[in-house]
Write a protein that binds this ligand. Structure first.
Ligand code: BES
Ligand code: MN
Ligand code: ZN
Length: 485
């Protein structure tokens, strides 16, 4: 989507007039077609609620103009975001261009940035595999011109434009089928997408990982015909040196459960079990695209979890890169096995002060929080608070869970240092405790369980149903607010 800022209204397929809640008279008063607009609003029972739209065709000088009255609620940033997404949802397949007239409503620069971002982000979809899509269902909406924006709005959009590029990458990786995106091709896709942005790339294959002793990650990978990979993208926007922050993502490109095989119905969902890794690469792309003044490394553990003659068994004991041993009681608790070696690798090789990992780690997370918040687990209150604040500011919402020694004990093993599953209760917490055992003293760490957030059955403000790109806006906001000072 091309978004432009202009001083005067261009000719466009649709003119968009924002309307505050109960502000209809102010918004349309004195405009040509005022009576038609008022009638259209009445017929649609339009009251300016955020995201509501009333449409009318207004005659002027022999021409007919399509006008959208667009509800912006009380004009909060979130309301503007909802409004932007609603415009794109409405025009996606039936207009090419829109002009948005902000002159009467005076939003803040940040609100316009959010609005523009939602316009662009709501347009993403994947039609690659639809060979019979009727012409009239193909997206057409490609150009929005914003008129009357305040100073600073365009800069806010430029920031969000970079984030949108990252989001698109994440969503594509998440939505692609698992026979197309697997560890090797995940890496290829990412490298093609971030080429020229100045990220320092490291890719480890099975031989290198074996050399490093990454027995936990490799244990998961060994049941698959596809090789595992570790992908690291380092952004040094503050100058040379170790990164202050490491982002670590679970990249299970397909999770059958392994020998502890998942039931058939719904198993196809497990193509998005790489959503954590997807968010990490999307965020890294966003940071590099906007040249963030921060030093951050993104690490993805990429494997496919398959049942096979060579797959790990329940009862197997794996030795992780940290040296700690793990009794595998359930091969479907594979995410933590992948993450623990990535966490050790990034600490040993890059010495970050803080680590945030993202993973579609547990079904239990969806039982706790549904599809409204991701869970946050942390060994540091300040870090948790920073993430919670970034969540509220970005719209990628988080909710904190406890971590204690009592939970940690639940994964002690009678034969190894730990087992990879705890009892039935508190499944998301014991999963977090497991990863926590690999975090070295003095390193601040937070784990985000995003199992309920990566994929949506219904459209949201900034996404259609399907891949949401959860985590990209959150991580970008978190870095902007805490690492670029
Ligand atoms: N990838 C799944 C978690 C998941 C389930 C994410 C459903 C999204 C939707 C993870 O690898 C898994 O299988 N976890 C197990 C852990 C259990 C065996 C302790 C689970 O949640 O059932
Ligand atoms: Mn699993
Ligand atoms: Zn999984």
């Amino acid at each position: 989507m091309k978004i432009e800022f202009a001083a005067t209204l261009p000719v466009a397929d649709a003119l968009v007039i924002p309307v505050q809640k109960n502000g209809l008279d102010t918004a349309i008063g004195g405009r040509s077609g005022q009576e038609v607009l008022a009638a259209a609003a009445a017929a649609a029972r339009f009251e300016g609620e955020a995201g509501a739209i009333a449409e009318a065709f207004v005659g002027a000088d022999g021409a007919v103009n399509r006008v959208l009255l667009l509800g912006i609620g009380d004009g909060s940033e979130t309301d503007w975001e909802r409004a932007g997404g609603a415009v794109t949802a409405r025009l996606l397949t039936n207009a090419i261009s829109a002009a948005i007239d902000l002159s009467a409503v005076q939003p803040s620069p940040a609100a316009v940035g959010r609005f523009a971002a939602a316009l662009a982000q709501r347009a993403w979809r994947i039609d690659t595999y639809r060979t019979k899509l009727p012409e009239k269902q193909k997206p057409t909406f490609a150009e929005a011109t914003i008129v009357g924006a305040p100073d600073g709005a365009e800069a806010a959009w430029q920031h969000n434009f970079a984030v949108t590029g990252g989001l698109d990458l994440t969503r594509t990786l998440v939505a692609e089928p698992p026979n197309v995106v697997y560890p090797e091709t995940f890496v290829e896709r990412v490298l093609a997408s971030v080429d020229g942005l100045g990220l320092e790339v490291t890719v480890l294959g099975p031989d290198e990982m074996r050399e490093l002793g990454m027995g936990a990650l490799l244990g998961v990978a060994q049941g698959s015909a596809r090789e595992g990979r570790l992908l690291a993208l380092k952004w040094s926007g503050k100058g040379a040196g170790d990164p202050d922050l490491a982002l670590v993502g679970k990249g299970v490109t397909f999770d059958t459960g392994g020998i502890s095989l998942k039931p058939g119905p719904g198993m196809e969902d497990m193509k998005w079990d790489m959503g954590g890794a997807g968010a990490v690469v999307g965020a890294m792309k966003a940071l590099a695209s906007r040249k963030a003044k921060a030093n951050v490394i993104g690490v993805c553990g990429l494997v496919e979890n398959m049942p096979d003659g060579n797959a790990i068994r329940p009862g197997d004991i794996l030795t992780s890169m940290s040296g700690q041993t793990i009794e595998v009681l359930n091969t479907d608790a594979e995410g933590r096995l992948v993450l623990c070696d990535c966490v050790t690798w990034v600490q040993r090789t890059h010495h970050p002060k803080a680590i945030v990992d993202l993973a579609t780690l547990t079904g239990a997370m969806i039982i706790s929080l549904g599809n409204e918040h991701a869970g946050v687990f942390a060994n540091d209150d300040a870090l948790a608070d920073q993430l919670l604040a970034a969540g509220r500011a970005s719209g990628d919402l988080l909710w904190r869970f406890p971590m204690t020694d009592a939970y940690n004990k639940l994964i002690d093993s009678p034969i190894a240092d730990m087992k990879n599953v705890g009892p039935r209760g508190a499944g998301s917490i014991t999963a977090a405790q497991f990863i926590g055992r690999f975090v070295e003293n003095g390193v601040k760490w937070a784990h985000l369980d995003i199992a309920g957030m990566v994929w949506a059955d219904k459209a949201g403000n900034t996404y259609d149903k399907g891949a949401t790109g959860f985590g990209v806006r959150l991580l970008d906001r978190f870095v902007a607010d805490n690492y670029e000072g």
